[in-house]
Ligand binder design. Structure first.
Ligand SMILES: [Zn+2]
Length: 74
């Protein structure tokens, strides 16, 4: 899980770019059980930055599975 604070303005920007849908499974946040999260496309531990071009709007499920995959690969 990311420890970096993502400013509300940046989060809004990412959500707008993704049209309020998860960028991986396209689930709209409105129909999700929990609010979507901001995902680092390149994880911070791999040198990814907290900037719009390295952030994706992701539902809890996709974000959790991505974290699990990263853990098995590293
Ligand atoms: Zn998703």
């Amino acid at each position: 899980m990311s420890k970096t604070y993502i400013p509300a303005q940046l989060r809004r920007e990412i959500a707008e770019q993704a049209h309020g849908c998860c960028e991986y499974c396209l689930q709209p946040e409105l129909f999700s059980f929990s609010s979507h999260e901001i995902d680092h496309v390149i994880a911070e531990k791999h040198g990814g930055t907290t900037t719009a071009d390295n952030l994706a709007f992701a539902c809890k499920l996709c974000n959790t599975f991505k974290l699990a995959r990263e853990d098995t690969c590293s």
